[in-house]
Design a binder for this molecule. Structure first.
Ligand code: PMP
Length: 362
């Protein structure tokens, strides 16, 4: 295979509960997993019912996702032909790299940004231009300055994972105005539904203005459908047409489509999830303040916290937490070996993490 494929370091996800139970001799039912930015409420009941009504999984799913696109069209006012459905929003990110980047061409993203950007870039033999972070977030001016002759794609995560930083909508739009129109900007908004009202901005409305904008959204976070793998991209035809040529014909399965339609209509679940998250974030950060632990203020459903001054700290505290049945995410692979990323859980899960953290730090 090509050298650029051999050079890829595989994606490291949150450790599964069953694996941790086996490895540390723990009772599975007592393990708390705050490692993958999942929704602690699980999937919405509305989605569960919709899945139960899927007539026959012996048939292929609707490869064009007609009803789901109709639901998105109704909700966001975009034409159905601007929508690409993905097997998770990761699928959209990878399709973008595939569609626009040839081996040797460059892709821009920020330091401490989402781990799939380097993966998607390397998978197509692209060259990563990693722009140093500013205050743990994107330095959009520096990202403009980083543009080279052969730059084809820019990834911007807003809010960002794993740092939780946020760029106001007007700054994002100012950035879009400055990016040459032959470079595709993927605006990855996996966590956008968690934003407080005053921070929300209408990126989908920008799609009509910017033919090089691809907005990516996930159903894994606020909608609670991580295990079904569903996300979507919104862009003008120049982009969408290409993504649709290279995606797998049946990349989103029947259950995911049915569940997504139900979840998109479930405003009550979304607001309950966002409220639970805001409360849980306060619960966690209050304790970090009491303990004098530095953290990065977060707009997502997770928070990055510094657990020591030495480069072994993240791994050490992570292990101490695992032994107590609490799974969080070490971020050494992001170049943040002193930090851990904690997904906001249910109040009692947050309590369990806090108790385990206090012991681990003692
Ligand atoms: N983008 C960002 C910034 C993320 O944090 C994640 C989830 N880890 C994703 C995209 C992908 O989510 P999914 O594929 O589950 O939609």
């Amino acid at each position: 295979g090509p050298d650029y494929i051999r050079a890829i370091a595989p994606y490291q996800g949150g450790k599964p509960i069953s694996e941790v139970a086996r490895e540390f001799g723990l009772d599975e039912t007592k393990i708390v997993k705050l490692a993958s930015n999942e929704n602690p409420l699980g999937m919405p009941e509305s989605a569960r019912k919709a899945m139960a009504n899927v007539a026959d999984a012996g048939r292929y799913p609707d490869g064009n996702g007609f009803e789901l696109k109709a639901a998105l069209t109704a909700k966001y006012g975009v034409p159905a032909e601007y929508i690409t459905l993905g097997n998770g929003s990761n699928d959209i990110l990878e399709l973008a790299a595939h569609a626009f980047v040839q081996p040797g061409q460059s892709v821009i993203y920020a330091q401490y940004s989402f781990a799939v950007y380097p993966l998607a870039t390397q998978a197509v033999g692209g060259r990563s231009l990693v722009v140093p972070a500013k205050d743990f977030g994107h330095d959009l001016d520096a990202m403009i300055d980083a543009i080279e002759e052969d730059t084809k794609l820019i990834f911007v995560a807003n809010p960002n994972n794993p740092t939780g930083t946020f760029i106001p909508g007007d700054a994002i739009e100012a950035f879009l105005r400055r990016v040459p129109s032959n470079i595709v900007v993927v605006l990855d908004e996996a966590y956008t539904e968690f934003l407080p009202q005053e921070q929300q901005y209408d990126s989908i409305a920008w799609v009509a203005k910017y033919p090089n904008l691809l907005v990516s959204r996930s159903m894994s976070k606020v909608y609670g459908l991580a295990g079904l793998r569903i996300g979507y991209g919104i862009a003008q035809l120049g982009i969408t047409d290409l993504l649709n040529r290279i995606r797998q014909p049946f990349n989103v399965n029947s259950f995911a489509q049915a569940a997504a339609i139900a979840a998109l209509a479930d405003d009550e679940f979304v607001s309950r999830s966002a409220k639970l998250n805001a409360d849980g974030y306060r619960q966690l950060t209050q304790v970090f303040d009491e303990l004098g632990l530095q953290y990065v203020p977060s707009y997502g459903n997770f928070v990055l916290v510094k657990v020591g001054e030495d480069d072994g700290a993240g791994a050490r505290i992570n292990l101490a937490l695992l032994k107590q049945g609490v799974i969080v995410r070490p971020v050494g692979n992001y170049g943040l070996p002193q930090w851990l990323r904690i997904t906001v859980g249910l109040p009692e899960e947050n309590d369990a993490f806090i108790a385990a953290l206090k012991k681990a730090l003692a």
